[in-house]
Design a protein around this ligand. Sequence first.
Ligand code: PGA
Length: 239
Amino acid sequence: MKNNHKIIAANWKMNGSEELIKEFSKFAPEKHNDIIICPPFTLLDSAKTLLPSFIKIGAQNCSEKNNGPFTGEISASMLQEKSVTHVLIGHSERRTLFNETDDVIYKKAEAAICSKLTPIICIGETLLEKKANKTLQVLDYQIDGSVAKINPHEKFIVAYEPIWAIGTGLIPNENEIKETHLHIKTKLSQNFNTDIPILYGGSANAENCSQITSIKNVGGLLVGGASLNQHDFLAICNC
Ligand code: PGA
């Protein structure tokens, strides 16, 4: 099975501490995958200072605005000043709990790109949509709304995260991952020439990571829960 260079992104969500950052300070995977850790905003400085320099630092969200009277918001340019290189955009928790629409997600991705950050734009279907055989339709709709208008010369990453797989221990079977990733790749190729990396996310862990990353068109993983344990995350980064 082919297993090339992958992107492994850690989404710490609203978890983590200075202690956890320190635990990762001697993190030393053997494989040369691209590793991105996305801690909460308050840990970005410590992450930059304490994590090994090969680890890129990502944020979990940014405002679509650049500055102004938006209490509680953080702009992409502010993140860039903190040496952040990547930002998660449109994670399903942002879409469902914070009512982010595809249009808002597109604007956030644009704001990130304007500040020279690489957005990791998340898409994925609910269990209800999957059961109604609407997965590919939902992905098309989300890509049309949140991705397709990005300038084709810009750099970005797409993360396919079936919502029913996030934090549940459930994952799609190999054929399902193959089908969705091929579909996303084909859909993106209508607007973009370059190979956009397409990550898989949702209950990825140390046991299933090699199998998932060996599936065609899977460019890497977006890992939630398992990224908070450095032994598990090390195994994932070595897959
Ligand atoms: P999980 O989360 O790996 O804990 O399922 C993934 C994510 O929400 O990005």
